[in-house]
Ligand binder design. Structure first.
Ligand code: COA
Length: 187
């Protein structure tokens, strides 16, 4: 295993290259040929807001206030895929105190960077952190019309367990059903 030290946003972190990620502490950044996956900080908020607005319709995007909460105050893990100075994707996982189940709250990849495996890598990196924290099961909800996201999840080992009628409701745009999807980390 080869490792180095990275200094960014005032944070010194150890970086493992091509090593066993299971051994890394949860705060370490993961470096790939095509960029780095690292934990988000408050300084990333403006870029995360821009990414959210590019990836979701106004009715379903998180507001800046909600994103601020998710990144800084929730029991969460927010990871970013960064290439040079540009944020290409993000994932937010929510943990519950004392629970062995974690939830994928949101994942987004810049429309110009899709289809390059970034979504899959973000999910994989988030999963390492969940395993490190003893999580047994990952849960998420996805609109039944969101084909790219369903593909990503199924190809990453998730299976559909339930159809949730009218799960997403919008004042002006009606409602949409969702799938609940689960991935067991023990199998
Ligand atoms: C869903 C999303 C994150 C996928 O990101 P991505 O980086 O393009 O996904 P990846 O390149 O890692 O693809 C992962 C797998 O899904 C498949 N996939 C992704 N998008 C696809 C599409 N539009 N059609 C068919 N398959 C697709 C890929 O082929 C790949 O499969 P493979 O491993 O067999 O090659 C991205 O489309 C996105 O940001 N969408 C808008 C936000 C959103 O809806 N988030 C989900 C909220 S629940």
């Amino acid at each position: 295993m080869v490792f180095g030290i990275k200094y960014q946003n005032g944070i010194l972190s150890l970086i493992w290259f091509h090593g066993n990620l299971f051994e890394r502490p949860p705060d370490a950044a993961i470096m790939y040929d095509a960029g780095v996956i690292r934990r988000a900080t408050i300084h990333d908020l403006p870029e995360i807001i821009k990414l959210e607005q590019k990836c979701f319709h106004t009715n379903s995007a998180y507001t800046p206030k909600q994103l601020l909460y998710l990144i800084t105050r929730a029991n969460s893990n927010c990871l970013l895929q960064q290439l040079n100075h540009s944020i290409q994707g993000s994932i937010i996982v929510l943990y519950k105190q004392g629970s062995e189940v974690a939830g994928i709250e949101t994942i987004s990849v810049d429309p110009h960077c899709r289809g390059q495996g970034i979504g899959k890598r973000l999910l994989g990196a988030a999963e390492k952190d969940m395993i490190y924290r003893g999580i047994q099961k990952i849960r998420l909800e996805v609109s039944i019309g969101n084909f790219p996201a369903i593909q990503l999840y199924q190809k990453s080992g998730f299976r559909i367990t339930t159809i949730l009628k009218d799960y997403y409701t919008y004042e002006k745009y009606g409602s949409h059903d969702a799938y609940r999807m689960i991935r067991e980390l023990t199998t």
